[in-house]
Design a protein around this ligand. Structure first.
Ligand code: WT7
Length: 705
């Protein structure tokens, strides 16, 4: 696909190169054509689809996505950009998300499995839940939310549940009533859930007694008590905690139920048997849910997604890119607690009447053959996972997939860049060379895929996300807003020129932050209300090859992508500062064979304290309590002082260079250059080692400071 040439030619001369343009030495990979058997049955076959979605066709091209949904009232205006960069899609239209995911399928697919639940314990038989059964359970739960928890349209509810059917049931019950759900990943700590409950103003928290992970029962309910306490400290009273039991009839948590506040959902449900709840017809722009994600400040942002635009976008991308047909068996191995699970386990697949696997546990339990056994047994033919899972399964069981009769027609990766080596293993060993692979680049904020190959149309190129989705128009800009020339092998900041229906509406309660974080950087006319003046700034470094394929290099802000999940360095640093001995903290990313990146923590102590392994342990523990196990640091290093600029800013870039054995560069302008060598010796020992093999995002890390 031909790309527009750089308009100004600026940035081509060395003198004009900005810091954002880092030279990238990237070997072009070979192409793999889409398998013919796949292409023949693909949902998206039109070779002219990019023309149909050309920028000149904006915004009416998106009618096609809206038309995939069932509306109570049709929309009158496809796109309202009059208050850019705050956009409304399908204005005037009304719909209900649960109706689109359930009711509309009953006539044809009543008896088809919506989910097949697979418990982590391999001895438990899998449990199919038909569309009819899911519809019944969602109705009963909706009645309970309304009558027992006194919830109504527009209220927010925080959901802190593991990967069991109760999670999508609770989400869809909220959607039925127009209640805004805010799901917090089950692996996050109770404290994290509490802070998000406070920010969203939730008076109800939905949780579970516990669940199974890596062969062990994990007691989850204590997190709810911590969450309520934190929310209260932040000024938000949570008056009702709804507790599901993992095994109905048995309460397995050590934490007591609090009288008057905690209610056991499955004990109350019999009261609501056979109750049906009239779905609330919601305006297209009404919020469907909030999903918190990390950014540059310590406070996570509640990305607010709209009912109509979001649902249309995830339905269209599930259809075209995941290639879901009602006859397929689909498995997205993500957690519903992240945006991937919301878009590509719950809303997109259910809107298409898919049959999906819902798996409780971790991919490597009890051994790295588990995912392939599940796939073989249930006849999964569409598979969706992360590079981290691929790297781990490849490391622990490189030949495992070859032992099973796997019949994938398409397979997705998401969340981080995938190394061509890992890609090739996925293609040959898992896909047996017959599956179309899509590497999908997107974000919590974007609702659905932004760049990916179209599996029946485009050639695959390992390591590259590929061309943009039809209707997405990216550009790579340098720090000054000039387009980085195609094929220059220079990276820049990836922006999207025009809005799309999946784009979040705003940050919950902080419209100013929304504008500032995602649009201010390349806006030159702050008073303008024309979307053309507000390119969406994704916060990723990327490179555009002459073939029109985008290669995503990673975050350019203070965010670390651990196993495909975003962690804000500031969040980790504030967790460190809850330890009384700690004066200052700096968190940097370090490359990791399996997880891509892991955080390494540097701390300095307040006067009067001396370094000890106990303090290091306390810091690691504080991070686990405040955020969750996912943020566990690789190592905590106590240093005499932090390298600082003359104005007192901590130079994380210098620390990241030391941790990744890169050259620290010129540090003479620091206020305390000597401390750099002291820290280097502490970390690396006396001998100087420089490997310089760190990826681009680490080379750039913290450079803005
Ligand atoms: C960040 C978004 C999108 C759902 C999961 C993560 C990175 C995402 C890719 C990919 C390279 C990727 C980006 C992005 N990322 N997909 N295919 N190739 N990098 O959602 O937590 O909002 O994180 O993940 O850096 O900005 P998220």
């Amino acid at each position: 696909m031909a790309r527009a040439k750089s308009d100004s030619g600026a940035g081509t001369e060395a003198t004009e190169l900005s810091e954002a343009e880092i030279a990238v030495h990237w070997k072009e990979e070979e192409y793999f054509p889409p398998p013919a058997s796949f292409a023949a049955q693909a949902n998206l076959k039109d070779p002219k689809v990019m023309d149909r979605f050309a920028l000149t066709k904006f915004p009416e091209c998106y009618r096609e996505f809206g038309e995939m949904l069932t509306w109570d009232q049709p929309w009158t205006t496809t796109f309202d950009g009059s208050n850019a960069p705050f956009y409304k899609w399908f204005v005037g239209g009304k719909l209900n998300a649960s109706v689109n995911c359930l009711d509309r399928h009953l006539a044809q697919y009543r008896n088809k499995a919506a989910f097949i639940f697979v418990a982590e314990n391999e001895e438990e038989p899998s449990v199919p839940i038909t569309y009819q059964e899911l519809w019944v359970r969602v109705n009963e739960m909706a009645a309970l939310l309304r009558d027992e928890a006194r919830l109504k349209t527009g209220d927010r509810v925080t959901i802190h549940l593991p990967m069991t059917p109760e999670l999508p049931i609770t989400m869809l019950a909220c959607a039925r009533l127009g209640i805004v759900h805010s799901v917090v990943f089950g692996g996050f700590s109770g404290e994290s859930a509490g802070r998000r409950a406070a920010d969203s103003g939730s008076r109800v928290l939905v949780t579970m007694d516990g669940y199974y992970r890596n062969g062990k029962f994990t007691d989850h309910k204590p997190g709810a008590d911590a969450a309520v306490a934190i929310a209260k400290a932040e000024g938000q009273t949570v008056d009702t905690v709804l507790v599901w039991q993992r095994h109905p009839g048995k309460y397995l948590s050590q934490a007591k139920l609090v009288d008057g506040r905690d209610k056991v959902v499955n004990e109350l449900l019999p009261k609501y048997r056979r109750k049906t709840v009239e779905p609330v017809s919601m305006p297209a722009e009404a919020p469907l849910f909030l999903m918190y994600t990390s950014g540059t400040t310590g406070r996570p942002k509640g990305c607010q997604h709209a009912t109509g635009g979001y649902l249309a976008y995830v339905t269209a991308t599930s259809k075209w890119i995941q290639d879901i047909h009602p006859t397929d068996v689909y498995w997205c191995m993500a957690d519903i607690g992240w945006i991937t699970g919301h878009s590509y386990i719950v809303y997109g697949p259910l809107a298409l009447a898919a049959t999906s696997v819902l798996y409780e546990g971790i991919p490597t339990f009890p051994d790295p053959g588990r995912p392939w056994r599940i796939a073989e047994r249930l006849g999964v033919n569409i598979f969706h996972t992360s590079p981290t899972a691929i790297r781990q399964l490849r490391k622990l069981g490189p030949e495992e997939p070859t032992k099973y009769d796997l019949k994938f027609k398409t397979m997705t990766t998401v969340g981080e860049p995938i190394e061509p080596e890992a890609w090739r293993w996925y293609f040959t060993k898992v896909g047996k060379g017959k599956a179309a692979i899509t590497d999908t680049w997107w974000q919590t904020e974007t609702g659905g895929f932004l760049c990916t190959t179209k599996p029946g149309l485009d050639r695959m190129k390992p390591g590259s996300a590929g061309p943009p989705m039809p209707g997405i128009h990216p550009k790579i800009l340098d720090e000054n807003g000039h387009e980085v020339p195609v094929g220059s092998n220079k990276a820049g900041n990836i922006v999207i020129q025009s809005p799309w229906p999946g784009l979040m509406s705003t940050i919950w309660g902080d419209a100013e932050r929304y504008k500032k974080t995602y649009f201010q950087k390349y806006n030159t006319k702050p008073a303008s209300h024309d979307w053309r003046d507000w390119p969406y700034f994704a916060g990723d470094g990327a490179l555009l090859a002459p073939d029109g394929y985008y290669r995503i290099l990673g975050r350019i802000d203070d965010v670390i992508n651990v196993a495909g999940h975003r962690l804000g360095t500031k969040e980790l640093e504030s967790a460190c500062l809850t330890v009384p001995e700690i004066a200052e903290a700096a968190v940097v990313p370090v490359t990791d064979e399996v997880k891509g990146r892991v955080p390494e923590v540097y701390v300095s102590l307040k006067p009067g304290f001396t370094a000890s392994p106990e303090i290091e342990k306390k810091v690691a523990h504080a991070i686990e309590t405040e955020i969750g196990k996912i943020a566990r640091p690789k190592v905590v290093r106590i240093v005499p002082d932090m390298p600082k600029t003359r104005s007192g800013k901590i130079m994380r870039r210098v620390l990241a260079s030391i941790s990744n054995t890169m050259d620290v560069g010129d540090v003479t302008t620091l206020s305390n250059p000597d401390v750099v060598e002291q820290i280097r010796v502490l970390v690396q020992g006396k001998a100087k080692v420089v490997t310089k093999t760190a990826p681009e995002d680490i080379k750039k890390f913290g450079q803005a400071e």
